[in-house]
Write a protein that binds this ligand. Structure first.
Ligand code: FJE
Ligand code: FE
Length: 370
């Protein structure tokens, strides 16, 4: 299993070096101008030489002894004000406790994204933590214009669709379904007791809303994993600790499941400009800045702008959470239940297509789940 922290020390070292060097360059430039303007260069030449010599030493040292530079930089950073390897750490800008509500047929979900408090976090439309026991579930229903990602936390679900695609997902498995122009399916519990998981809806760009439907299904054993210093991650989409998921994201997205042991910390880069949030599955942790109040299970934390997220588990129990980030589409969102389009007219079209069995819904009329 490959493991390498893409996060902290290298990032810190490089960032510092960049600052250091640019600082020097400015200094050198100002010295040059002052020297050329007034006095003889004889007085400033020793300073110039000293500065050049220092740069030479640092550059040589970085090439020769990268680990030494890195470790000294990370130990000195703990003494400094910020022990976080990001230029602009993302902080929690909104914290919402997800309360249970009923959905589908007798099912219960805790809705965070897509609920009243976080209507839409472009490109994310919905996040439900579902807990379902037979005979409840999500019987035959359509989708158009977005993707659903079902991640089983504990239990078994079966799905069947109108083109004959069927399957079963168990604890740790992922079904990444690109509904595109249209899918009609059922999603039902397939074992006794409470079946639990997360379902995330990711919007598709206007140009992709009518693409052919597609499934990417990963069994738990095939999900990319990495572990470092008490932090384990299952990478559903994107990259963490230098390990990438094989999932293709039509809308650029990262989605991962972190488990942090007591006393551990995490520094996860997140592309700047993407919207991101955390959903806490179990335990409690400190997110965004060291002094923040801990947040606990079933809370959704919307993150502000920045280049990465830091998390500390200062509790005595494991902390498990999902982190999702996506590139915003910046397009109008018009949603009518399971249809998500860009205009009212397109929603009207989707409802007609579903009703009359057109434009991707051809198989809808003669199909029903077994
Ligand atoms: C849906 C109502 C629904 N959250 N979490 C309306 F319940 C659904 C729906 C789901 C769903 C399914 C699973 Cl497996 C997990 C869910 C909502 O199927 F799509 C609409 N439109
Ligand atoms: Fe569905």
């Amino acid at each position: 299993m490959p493991r390498h922290s893409a996060a902290s020390p290298i990032y810190t070292a490089l960032a510092r070096l960049a600052n250091f060097n640019s600082g020097r360059r400015v200094l050198l430039a100002s010295r040059k101008t002052s020297s050329s303007s007034a006095r003889s260069s004889a007085k400033t030449r020793p300073f110039l030489c000293l500065a050049l010599f220092r740069i030479l030493v640092v550059v040589t040292a970085v090439f020769l002894f990268p680990p030494a530079i890195m470790s000294s930089s990370s130990s000195s950073s703990s003494a400094a004000a910020a022990s976080v390897p990001f230029q602009s750490p993302r902080k929690v800008v909104k914290k919402v406790l997800s309360l249970s509500q009923s959905e589908g047929q007798g099912a219960t979900v805790r809705r965070s994204i897509g609920g009243h408090e976080v209507r839409n976090l472009d490109p994310f439309l919905l996040l439900d933590e579902f807990s379902v026991s037979k005979p409840a579930g999500f019987p035959d229903h359509p989708h158009r214009g977005f993707e659903t990602v079902t991640y089983m936390l504990d239990g078994v679900f079966t799905h069947q669709d109108f083109s004959g695609h069927t399957g079963t997902i168990r604890t740790g498995d992922v079904q990444w379904m690109t509904a595109g122009r249209g899918i009609v399916h059922s999603e039902m519990p397939a074992a006794d007791g409470v079946q639990k998981g997360l379902q995330l809806w990711i919007n598709l760009a206007s140009k992709d809303k009518m693409i052919e439907p597609r499934y990417q299904e990963l069994e738990s054993k095939d999900i990319s994993q990495a572990e470092k210093d008490g932090v384990a991650v299952r990478i559903i989409a994107g990259e963490a600790f230098g390990v990438r998921s094989p999932v293709y994201t039509q809308t650029p997205t990262m989605y991962m499941d972190f488990t942090m042991q007591p006393g551990s910390q995490l520094h996860q880069p997140i592309p700047e400009g993407w919207n991101s949030f955390v959903y806490i599955i179990e335990g409690e942790g400190v997110f965004g800045k060291e002094g923040a109040a801990p947040a606990s299970a079933h809370h959704c934390l919307v993150l502000g702008a920045g280049d990465g997220l830091s998390v500390w588990n200062r509790s005595g129990a494991p902390l498990r959470f999902a982190l999702a980030a996506g590139q915003p589409l910046n397009e109008p969102v018009v949603q009518q239940g399971p249809f998500v389009m860009n205009s009212r007219a397109q929603i009207q079209q989707a409802m007609e297509d579903y009703y009359y069995g057109r434009n991707g819904f051809e198989k809808a009329s003669q199909w029903s789940s077994a």
